[in-house]
Structure formats: structure tokens, C-alpha cells
Design a protein around this ligand. Structure first.
Ligand SMILES: *Cc1c(COP(=O)(O)O)cnc(C)c1O
Length: 431
């Protein structure tokens, strides 16, 4: 049985999956609740829906597709590996080569453990930090995203209490009691809390450049301050670079910003469009991981040859072709054009950009943390999202996500996007 429109497909999906999606971020609930577009395929910088409509893709599957869809070298690597086995259950060459490439190219990554998702990698890095320090508490920051394991689905508690509260049903107080969630970019708050409970903190976990409340970069000196405070209390610093590693240059955001963590979490781009994650860092810490050490963590599909081959092919293209300067230039053109158009139509907009990723916040205020990100106008974003969709531009369906420019976008796509932005802003102004 085949259906011809998104509405037909989505009606079927609603019968058999919760909300019609396999990940809530894919639903259009944050942008007005229309049925989402059901995409049939991706092609370079484009998405094509089940009715044959084309869209310029700024979603990049929420981050992994730095090379766009179907890069010939990645497809070839997947094809070659698929013929030789997709999962084997022994050590295989491609996972060893991927681990070698990651450790060789990332400062502070002596050893790495591959996983199947970013969620698992974060969950395991937290367990490792607890194992290594023998302490229970995790400090994280409001508005960051670290996957969907229990410990990271905890938000700030009320008032002066440092104890977090559950950000999902089903998270027991035994978990929330060991997690502290603080405002990002606020060193005073962190040092005050660390003074009180720092001797019980296993790790301070953060995205170095936040990608999940929209793009929010650290203020100058912030990350260096976080590291200093973390180490002063004997805790480990974990950078969740699932979005940021290999997005801005051939390496991590930590290296760009000059602050190296004790542990990294990686994902998205390193799987080349297939499921992947990784965590790793200093050798002395990684030796706690089983089978060398007593911190248990495992995975049937961890480091599977298919994901490893796709990831390795992606990294090789990124290394050889270094598309970063080009992607930055295109993202800069787009961002500059969006700001100029907003100005022209008197639409208050704040734009946070890091290299080829940026977020357009509908509001006049600088966005530096979750509180200021939340002040952006949700209704206006929802309307903008719809207007852009109708003009063949696919944006992530949430005001807390980024636009990602890939290595396959060209000036032609940027021109067409800016025309769509012009139309959309002129309609927003009229409304
Ligand atoms: C996407 C993301 C994750 C979760 O990765 P999955 O592969 O979706 O489990 C974790 N951390 C950050 C920063 C992410 O952006």
C-alpha cells in the first residue's frame, strides 16, 4: 500500500506510533501542530517529500549531515562495507581506523569508546566520571541537550535548592537528587554551588557551544572559568560535542576555544549519517572502562563496521577538502542577509552564529542562556517556519534549533533562501 501525500502517510503514522513520529523533535507541535512533511529522500542540500516537492535542507538531520545527503564517497564506503558485513561482533578494521583518526585529530582524546548514539555516549561518560571520582553528583546547564538518559532529563529545582527536578515523567527522585542544573554562561552561580557541594560533584557536563537552545556561544572566558572551578573541586569536565565536533573545523569546539575537557562526548557527524556516538579522553580515566577497568558499558552495535565506514569516509572528505571556510562564508552571507531583511521590515531579530550553524531568535534581546532564549517569540517563529516551508525551505521545526549549512550548499541555494526570507518577512510585517 502506498500513499501520495504527507497527510496520508502521517495519518497512517498516527495509528502506529506516538504522535506519528519516532522522535518528538520531528513533530510540528512546536510550530503550530500541522502534520509534519513526510520526506521521501535527501539529495545533496535538498529534501524531497513524498509528493515530489523539493526543499532546501537546513535541518541536516539535526546535525550529522555536514556533507549533505548522499555524498558519493560516503555512499561508496557504505556500499563497500555492506557487502562485507554490517555488524560482525568482533573487532573490525573500520572501527579501529575510526578510533585512530579521532584520537589523532582531537587534542586530549587519548582513548575512545564508540557507541551507537550520542545518548549512550553521554550516559556512559557520566558513569565513567562517577566511577573515576567515586562521587555521585552531576552538574549540567539549563537548555543544553545531552540525549534522553535519566540523569540529563533533569532541570533546575525551585528557589535556592540545588536539587534538580524531573524534565520528563518517569525519572525517579533517586536520579534527580543527584543532578544540579544551572544557568549557562553564569560563572558566579557555578562557583557558589561548587563551594557548597563541589566535593560531591563527579562531573560538570556542558555543550561548549550550545546547539540545543538554538546556537548559544560561551561568553569570553566562560569555559576557561568553568574548567578552573571544576578542577579546583576535583571534578571532571565533560564537553558534549555531539553537535559541535567537526562542525566548525576539523576537530572540536574545545580546541577552537582553547579549553580542553577531561572527557569528550562525540556523535552525529562522526557517523557519516549512520547511527554513532563516542566518548573518550585522558588515558588514565579511560582505563576505568571495561574490560580494562571496572566501569561496565557495552553495545551490540557499538563501533559497527557500517557506521564506522561512513564516519571514516566523512572525516576523510572533511580533512582532504576542508569545506569549512566555504560553509562559513555561505552561512555568513545568509545570516547577514537575514539581518538586513529583518531590518528592512522592522522585525526584531537576534541572530547567534557559530561557523556554519546559526539560530534566528525573534526578539530584540541578546540570547546568552535558556532564559533569554525562551523570550524569543514562539508564535512568530511558528509562522515564519510555515512561510519558509511553503517557499521550499526546510527549517528545524523548533525555535530552539539551528540552521546548518552543509558542504553541498552553494550560493544558488543561499540566494533562493534569501528570496524566501524576504517574502516571509514582508508577510510577517503585514500581519
Ligand atoms: C543529538 C545530541 C545528543 C544525543 O545524540 P543521539 O544520537 O540523538 O542520542 C547528545 N548531545 C547533544 C549535544 C546532541 O546534540
Amino acid at each position: 500500500m502506498t500513499s501520495n501525500t504527507s497527510a496520508e502517510w502521517f495519518a497512517r503514522a498516527l495509528h502506529v506510533t506516538s504522535g506519528g513520529v519516532n522522535s518528538p523533535a520531528r513533530s510540528f507541535r512546536a510550530v503550530g501542530g500541522d502534520p509534519p512533511v513526510v520526506m521521501a529522500r535527501g539529495e545533496g542540500p535538498y529534501l524531497i517529500d513524498v509528493a515530489g516537492q523539493r526543499y532546501i535542507d537546513y535541518l541536516a538531520a539535526f546535525g550529522p549531515l555536514v556533507l549533505g545527503h548522499g555524498h558519493p564517497r560516503v555512499v561508496e564506503a557504505i556500499r563497500t562495507q555492506a557487502l562485507q558485513g554490517t555488524v560482525i561482533g568482533t573487532p573490525t578494521p573500520s572501527e579501529i581506523e575510526l578510533a585512530e583518526e579521532l584520537t589523532a585529530s582531537i587534542t586530549g582524546l587519548d582513548m575512545v569508546r564508540l557507541t551507537s548514539t550520542g545518548t549512550e555516549a553521554v550516559m556512559s561518560a557520566i558513569r565513567l566520571a562517577r566511577a573515576y571520582t567515586g562521587r555521585p553528583l552531576v552538574v549540567k546547564f539549563e537548555g543544553t541537550y545531552h540525549g534522553h538518559s535519566d540523569a540529563v532529563l533533569v532541570k533546575a529545582g525551585s528557589g535556592a535548592s540545588t536539587v534538580g527536578t524531573a524534565d520528563s515523567l518517569g525519572i525517579p527522585t533517586g536520579v534527580t537528587g543527584d543532578v544540579i542544573s544551572l544557568p549557562y554562561n553564569d560563572l558566579d552561580r557555578l562557583s557558589e554551588v561548587m563551594r557548597r557541594v563541589g566535593d560531591q560533584v563527579a562531573c560538570v557536563l556542558t555543550e561548549p557551544i550550545v546547539g540545543n537552545m538554538g546556537i548559544v556561544p560561551p561568553e569570553p572566558g566562560y569555559l576557561a572559568g568553568v574548567k578552573e572551578i571544576t578542577h579546583a573541586h576535583g571534578a571532571l569536565l565533560i564537553f558534549d560535542e555531539v553537535i559541535t565536533a567537526f562542525r566548525f573545523h576539523y576537530g572540536t569546539a574545545a580546541e577552537l576555544l582553547g579549553v580542553i575537557p577531561d572527557l569528550y562526548v562525540l556523535g552525529k557527524i562522526i557517523g557519516g549519517g549512520l547511527p554513532a556516538g563516542a566518548y573518550g579522553g585522558r588515558r588514565a580515566i579511560m582505563e576505568y572502562v571495561a574490560p580494562l577497568g571496572g566501569m561496565f558499558q557495552a553495545g551490540t552495535f557499538a563501533g559497527n563496521p557500517l557506521s564506522s565506514a561512513a564516519g571514516l569516509a566523512t572525516l576523510r572528505v572533511l580533512k582532504e577538502e576542508s569545506p569549512y571556510a566555504r560553509m562559513d562564508r555561505l552561512a555568513d552571507r545568509l545570516a547577514t542577509g537575514i539581518l538586513a531583511t529583518a531590518d528592512q521590515f522592522r522585525i526584531p531579530v537576534t541572530l547567534n552564529r557559530a561557523g556554519s550553524g546559526f539560530t534566528v531568535f525573534f526578539g530584540p534581546r541578546r540570547v546568552t542562556d535558556y532564559e533569554t532564549a525562551q523570550q524569543a517569540d514562539a508564535t512568530r517563529f511558528a509562522r515564519f517556519h510555515r512561510l519558509m516551508l511553503e517557499r521550499g525551505v526546510y527549517l528545524a521545526p523548533s525555535r530552539f534549533e539551528a540552521w546548518f549549512v552543509s558542504a553541498q550548499h552553494t550560493d544558488a541555494e543561499i540566494d533562493r533562501t534569501l528570496t524566501a526570507v524576504h517574502d516571509a518577512f514582508s508577510m510577517l510585517q503585514a500581519e
